[in-house]
Design a protein around this ligand. Structure first.
Ligand SMILES: Nc1nc2c(c(=O)[nH]1)N[C@H]1C(S)=C(S)[C@@H](COP(=O)(O)OP(=O)(O)OC[C@H]3O[C@@H](n4cnc5c(=O)[nH]c(N)nc54)[C@H](O)[C@@H]3O)O[C@H]1N2
Ligand SMILES: Nc1nc2c(c(=O)[nH]1)N[C@H]1C(S)=C(S)[C@@H](COP(=O)(O)OP(=O)(O)OC[C@H]3O[C@@H](n4cnc5c(=O)[nH]c(N)nc54)[C@H](O)[C@@H]3O)O[C@H]1N2
Ligand code: SF4
Ligand SMILES: [Mo]
Length: 738
């Protein structure tokens, strides 16, 4: 039997690993890592290794469908669907105006810049500003903080150069979130071997925390207090880089004053740490000549995301942990053009106050985007700008958005709901149309998205000047009727008689050039994939056609290019980094009153905290058998002592209840979870009109949130972690032995 190996890029998460697929007689039999891939070095995860199954699972839609909302599901070709949807959109726009049509780009739109750019162009063509994505229900504090601190043009050093890394509510070994880059376990192992230190602040002793030199098992929701106390020690003990601050940082005095009340002893008491732990963390951190802090979804979802991210950047700036004059940046860019390599900051940018306001709530667009958590209100609240139609690209509002009960009412209230999704997701079940796309093996892929995320900060994107441009390695199944996401969007626009103006992602830090690099696709024949990718990345450092034509790039390669030498700050340059933003320090001020105070006693004494699991990505493909075997039921991980106190035993069905609602799942003992916390993965569960099966798909943690209480006034994100809850047994039905 002959085995043929083909290279593919996994799009199952934002990491975009370069993998190899073994074909036996033309059939894919195994997907695995590629030892020769210079960036991932053989890495793959359980999800990537099931790619072949995703293509052939029974749950995969091989054609588009319509009429689920009316309970009359019927197959339809994607072209006919596009034509019908175009007519419906035209009617809705004629009656309610262009802003009544909203788009929502989720994980599989965000990670596919080609599809994403076509979606944005469609909204432009319609004239709608109701453009939403998952950023504002993810880590919206990142964008806010980066704007208000000001970007550092030369960027940050990479993991190979750090003396230390501090992880705050993120677990990159599992999530591939920023911090350690690609193949994170190996990167951490190598870095630790050469002496890099690791500090982890997390209520759960995560896979990353187990490697830590110092692990702080904090109470959730108190990160601003912990980082403020660390900042206080760093400033008062003079551990920061005084020259760098004198030349490149504004606002140290304001920061010093703002953190002054955060006495480590008071902070420790509130965050349930010891004073020694906080002081030790500050001193360890303060000794790093080069280092990094990575803040994840934990703090961003626990109420203080903006200020936690801002304190992260403030510490980074006073320590001078940025790339300096004369240093080399090997990442000169393949698909993404980096900012000019100058050791300077242009100064802060506007983070809000420039964009679209909501008609239903006192919220507005910010630099992190439109407040997605409030989109249900925009749909349900009558008014001029009421949203009547929603197009979801690779996202699943019913399982991903906070406040599932309200989201359900909103989805049902829409005149038109379209999902572009290869599965009948819980949202698609309520939709008028679901358009099924081609998958990984069947499409052209590019690593442009992780290239873009490289701009998020240290530990994001690639270590090297790496890129992959993969080709289709398999035909779509015989008899199927599938398209690429961008093809559907272009065809839809064509039926509406609208040209699409594709704006380039390659030049995001060069807005002027971005405007100049627009590609227009007229109604009619849909461009081929390389032409579409070229438009989405027009003006990239290496032309997209060149990368797609390079056989080594099909496998993933480091592209030879002149590294960037960081230039000195030009004479007369005025911009500086800011660590004293008044709005951010006002957010910090709100935490002063918590110092030394016990946590309020209520009927909901425990805290639900989020977590990710290697075997599952958000709501996608939970039905894949190998992955499901690893996580058969929706788990609620609790400290065994808490389980005992509650009289719960392993695998017992339980109800987790917040003030909003209760959900059913299965109790699991886990010594790594802080007492008082229940650690649960998100995006499980059913729609509210279905029975919940704790031994099946479990409950939806989004149902535990209110979208209009305890929300951030800049981005709208409500509490999605550190939610006050209580736990009780759900009968005594025990799971039969496996
Ligand atoms: N309680 C709670 N809620 C959360 C979170 C949390 O931690 N806790 N996390 C939040 C975060 S960080 C995010 S990013 C959001 C995610 O929010 P969403 O992106 O809305 O949710 P996903 O579950 O990732 O949705 C992915 C959808 O894409 C489909 N899909 C899979 N492959 C493809 C493909 O190739 N093409 C297309 N077009 N579709 C595909 C899947 O079937 C699925 O329906 O959820 C948020 N919700
Ligand atoms: N395998 C896998 N990988 C994924 C995903 C997935 O579903 N599965 N999802 C992807 C997505 S959409 C994203 S956005 C990234 C997210 O990447 P991460 O942010 O790294 O996500 P988590 O692994 O959930 O890590 C969050 C951590 O925060 C902790 N935590 C919760 N509340 C608090 C708090 O108040 N304070 C502190 N300090 N910690 C807290 C939790 O215990 C948890 O360890 O992961 C991506 N990668
Ligand atoms: S980490 Fe896993 S799911 Fe993500 S791209 Fe790599 S192999 Fe695919
Ligand atoms: Mo996310």
């Amino acid at each position: 039997m002959s085995i043929e190996q083909k290279h593919v890029m996994c799009r199952a998460c934002h990491a975009h690993c370069g993998l190899i697929v073994d074909f036996e007689n033309g059939v894919p039999v195994k997907t695995h890592g590629d030892k020769n891939n210079p960036e991932y070095e053989g890495y793959s995860c359980i999800k990537g290794r099931q790619l072949a199954n995703y293509h052939s699972l029974e749950s995969r839609l091989l054609t588009s469908y319509k009429g689920m909302k009316q309970g009359r599901k019927e197959a339809i070709s994607w072209r006919d669907a596009a034509q019908e949807i175009a007519a419906k959109l035209e009617n809705i726009i004629a009656e309610h105006g262009p802003d009544s049509v909203a788009s929502y780009v989720g994980t599989f739109g965000y990670n596919n810049l080609n599809a994403h750019s076509f979606m944005l162009a469609l909204m432009d063509a319609i004239g709608s500003t109701s453009v939403y994505d998952s950023v504002t229900i993810d880590q919206p504090g990142k964008g806010i903080a980066r704007a208000l601190a000001g970007p550092w043009l030369a960027g940050a050093p990479r993991v190979g150069e750090w003396d230390g890394l501090m992880l705050v509510g993120t677990n990159p070994i599992v999530s591939m979130n920023g911090g350690l880059g690609m193949n994170p376990a190996k990167k951490l192992h190598d870095a630790k071997k050469r002496g890099m230190q690791l500090i982890v602040i997390d209520p759960r002793e995560t896979e990353s925390a187990r490697q830590a030199d110092l692990y702080l098992q904090c109470r959730p929701g108190e990160d601003p207090i912990i980082l403020a106390a660390i900042t206080k020690v760093v400033i008062e003990e003079g551990l920061y880089d005084k020259d760098f601050v004198a030349n490149d940082v504004n606002g140290l005095e304001a920061l010093k004053k703002a953190v002054a009340p955060f006495d480590p002893a008071l902070a420790a008491q509130r965050a349930d740490l010891t004073v020694e732990e906080i002081v030790q963390a500050a001193r360890m951190y303060g000794r790093w000549k080069q280092g990094s802090i990575s803040v994840g979804t934990g703090p961003n979802m626990a109420g203080g995301g903006n200020i936690t991210e801002y304190l992260n950047l403030s510490l980074t700036s006073i320590m001078g942990h940025w790339r300096r004059e004369g240093e080399i940046n090997r990442r000169s860019g393949v698909f993404m053009k980096p900012a000019p390599p100058i050791a300077a900051s242009p100064g802060p940018l506007q983070a809000w106050g420039f964009g679209r306001k909501l008609h239903s709530r006192d919220l507005e667009q910010s630099i992190s985007g439109m407040p997605t958590s409030a989109l249900p209100d925009e749909i349900l609240t009558p008014g001029d700008k009421q949203v009547k139609a929603l197009i979801c690209l690779g996202g699943n509002p019913m399982l991903a958005w906070p406040d599932q009960l309200k989201t359900f009412e909103a989805m049902k209230a829409l005149d038109l709901l379209v999902c572009v999704d290869p599965r009948m997701s819980k949202t698609a079940e309520l939709a008028d149309y679901v358009i099924s796309p081609k998958l990984h093996y069947e499409v052209h892929g590019s690593t442009a998205a992780p290239g873009l995320y490289g701009g998020f900060g240290a530990g994001w994107g690639f270590e090297n000047n790496y890129a992959q441009a993969s080709l289709p390695i398999m035909e779509a199944p015989e008899g199927s009727d599938l398209c690429e996401e961008y093809q559907f969007i272009h065809t839809l626009a064509s039926y509406m008689g609208k040209p699409l103006e594709i704006k380039s992602w390659a030049l995001v830090s060069h807005p002027q050039e971005r405007e100049e690099n627009t590609t227009i696709f007229e109604p009619g024949e849909t461009p081929d994939p390389v032409t579409a990718w070229s438009a989405a990345l027009n003006g990239s450092p290496v032309p997209v056609t060149e990368v797609f034509a390079d056989p080594d790039a099909h496998k993933g390669k480091i592209v030879d290019a002149q590294p960037l030498l960081v230039q000195p700050k030009p004479a007369g340059w005025e911009g500086k980094l800011s660590v004293g933003n008044a709005a951010m320090l006002e957010e910090l001020d709100a935490y002063v009153q918590r110092l030394g105070q016990p946590v309020e006693e209520t009927a909901f004494p425990m805290r639900m905290i989020g977590r990710r699991m290697t075997a599952m990505l958000n709501s996608s493909w939970h039905e894949e058998p190998t992955q499901r075997k690893r996580v058969p039921h929706h788990p609620a991980y609790m400290n065994p002592a808490d389980m005992e106190a509650l009289g719960l035993i392993e695998d017992q069905p339980v109800e987790v209840e917040s003030e909003r609602a209760f959900i059913s799942c299965v109790a699991k003992a886990d010594i790594s979870v802080k007492r008082g916390c229940v650690s649960m993965p998100h995006s499980w569960g059913t729609n509210p009109d279905e029975n919940e099966d704790p031994l099946g798909d479990g409950g939806n943690t989004g149902r535990l949130s209110f979208n209009d209480r305890d929300f951030d006034r800049r981005t709208g994100i409500p509490l999605m972690s550190s939610i006050p809850i209580r736990v009780r047994a759900k009968g005594q039905v025990l799971i039969p032995a496996q």
